[in-house]
Design a binder for this molecule. Sequence first.
Ligand code: URA
Length: 215
Amino acid sequence: MQLDCSAYDPNCRDCSRLAEFLDQVRHQYPAYFCKPVPPFGPERATLLVVGLAPGMHGANASGRPFTGDWCSDLLYGTLYTYGFAKNPRSLSRDDDQALIDCRLTNAVKCLPPQNKPTPAEIKTCSKYLAQEINSIQPKVIVCLGAVAHDAVLSCLVGIDRSIKRSAYRFSHAAVHDVAGIRLIDSYHPSRYNTNTGRLTPEMFSAVFALVRRYV
Ligand code: URA
C-alpha cells in the first residue's frame, strides 16, 4: 500500500465546519474512514492529479482518493490505459492497486457537506497541497475541475508572486505553463458531468493522451 504522510495530518481540525461534519458522519457510519483522505501514489512522481474533495460514500468511506466513488472506474481505468496505474480499478485501500509515476490527491482533504467546500476551507487546506507540489516535484499537474485548477494556481502563486492568475483560465483540455510546471485542465469526472455528456470517456482519455505527450 502506498501511503505517504509528509503532507498529511490525519488529525487536522483546522476547518471547524468540516471537522464537525466528519464527527457526525463517523457517528452515522462507524465503518467509514472519516478522516482527511491522504494522497495516493509514490512520493516523487512526474504526474500529479488533483481532484476536488472526498465523496461521502467513496473516498471518505475507503480512505483513498476516488476509491468507491462513482467516478472511480473512469479515473483509474484511464490512468491504467495510459500506464499510470497498475490495475484498471481501485476497490479499497487494501487492494493491490498502485500508481506508477503518478500521485493522486484532492484540493480539500476532508469530506465537505454537499460536496462543496467553502473558499476559506480551500484556502486553509492549500497548505497541504502546496507542500505536496513542493515535495512531489511534478512535471505535469492535471486539474480535475475549476476548483482544483484555482487551488493549484494559488499554490503556485504562493511560490512565485509574479504569476498572473488571469493569464491561466480554466478550460477543458487547456495546457498552461506555470512556474515550470505544465498544468492540464479537465472537467471533473463527476456523475453530473458524465451523465450530462459534458465530459465523455473519450474527452477524458484525450486529456491523458495529452499528458503522455509531455511525460
Ligand atoms: N472523490 C475524490 O476523492 N475526489 C473528488 O474530487 C471526487 C470524488
